[in-house]
Write a protein that binds this ligand. Structure first.
Ligand SMILES: Cc1cc2nc3c(=O)[nH]c(=O)nc-3n(C[C@H](O)[C@H](O)[C@H](O)COP(=O)(O)O)c2cc1C
Length: 353
């Protein structure tokens, strides 16, 4: 392995050595027994590819179009909370790295950095949102995101309540030790105490339509694992469906996203874009996501690990290595473009899941 490939492969371990234990545990943990978290990366590795030969791959172009704009490499940064507890520069470091490489960033609604500062880096970014019981309470934060240049709103659907996670004996829960100033700075003061600010338990397709109309932005729905639900989202106006089990942090024993992706792609049938995350760790994983019909893959924990290890430079190095690996994977598959990847996954590779 090259130096950068080895470095990327070692990020999780390096980050754990550097971060306070409660923060490291917060990043790496899954809900309950951690079954879905543990099997995510392995699920990509179980799939097998059928490469083409006799294809001209002098030029390999991994670019895709996502919500009407080109993305040079089909890899985005998924929204994650607590980036400022991982590194003092937090969201700004991630945003400036992603801006520099021309990537795509999704910013958590729980971010610890004002959206205006993130937008000022020039990064292409989308805002992630959880809708509260009283939907109107979400509006000030969404307005701040629109003002700061968010190009889409990502509505996370898999979190009616936050999935229970267990603390390791002797390690404090991060929320008991973290400075509250490091998160949720884009909400109005007093938001958490406002009646109706708890997460909505009654989200429906109408919320997708409402969110699009209210913000004027395309709506991406995150956390869909079934074809029938994907269809309901698309019919309500979702511009994209993001196949995710929240990195295994919500419903433990939720299916791996590799298993759900083909069903969602088939059900959506080209009417919306489809994205995927969960255990994407290498360029081969990205290529496999494309082969299964995703427009782009996203990664969560690797970005936090890279941020912990080397700040903005770490995030940039991670992204650049992932980009190189993706191009190599496409070339070895005889795929000069993303369109050439769609038939690469061996059917029995899927069936064995
Ligand atoms: C520490 C951490 C915090 C997260 N916070 C959010 C969040 O605020 N909003 C959200 O929609 N997803 C959140 N996620 C889920 C990610 O967006 C993404 O779905 C998941 O991390 C992908 O799996 P991966 O970490 O294996 O790449 C979080 C994930 C992690 C690891």
């Amino acid at each position: 392995m090259g130096d950068d490939a080895l470095w990327v492969a070692s990020l999780a371990e390096r980050a754990r050595g550097l971060l306070p234990e409660p923060v490291a545990d917060y990043i790496d943990q899954g809900a309950r027994d951690g079954i879905s978290t543990a099997e995510a990366a392995a699920a990509w590795r179980r799939l097998r590819l059928r490469p083409h030969v006799l294809r001209d791959t002098r030029v390999v172009d991994p670019s895709v179009t996502v919500l009407g704009r080109a993305l040079d490499v089909p890899l985005g940064v998924a929204p994650t909370t607590l980036q400022r507890a991982v590194h003092p520069d937090g969201e700004c470091a991630v945003a400036s790295a992603v801006a520099e490489v021309g990537g795509l960033l999704v910013v958590s609604s729980n971010a610890g950095t004002p959206f205006a500062d993130i937008g000022a880096t020039g990064v292409r970014w989308w805002v992630q949102s959880y809708l509260p019981a009283d939907r109107a309470l979400a509006l000030p934060l969404l307005a701040r995101a629109v003002d700061a240049g968010a190009e889409a709103v990502v509505l996370t659907l898999d979190t009616p309540v936050v999935g229970t996670k267990y603390a390791r004996p002797g390690v404090p829960v991060v929320w008991d030790v973290v400075d509250p100033a490091l998160l949720r700075v884009n909400f109005d003061a007093g938001y958490a105490e406002a009646p109706g600010s708890e997460k909505a338990l009654d989200l429906g397709p109408g919320d997708i339509t409402w969110l699009g109309r209210t913000t004027g932005l395309p709506v991406v729905v995150k956390g869909v694992l079934r074809g029938d639900d994907a269809v309901r989202c698309v019919e309500a106006g979702a511009a994209a469906v993001w196949v995710s089990n929240h990195g295994g942090r919500q419903l433990d024993r939720a299916v791996a996203t590799t298993g759900a992706l083909p069903e969602v792609v088939a059900a959506v049938d080209g009417r919306a874009e489809v994205y995927v995350d969960g255990g994407v760790r290498t360029g081969l994983d990205v290529a496999t996501a494309l082969a299964l019909g995703a427009s782009t893959a996203f990664a969560g924990r690797p970005v936090l690990h890279a941020l912990a290890v080397s700040g903005a430079g770490g995030v940039r190095r991670w992204w650049q290595e992932m980009a190189l690996q993706t191009v190599e994977a496409l070339r070895l598959c005889g795929a000069a473009t993303v369109a050439d990847t769609r038939d690469l996954v061996a059917p029995d590779g899927l069936a064995s899941l």
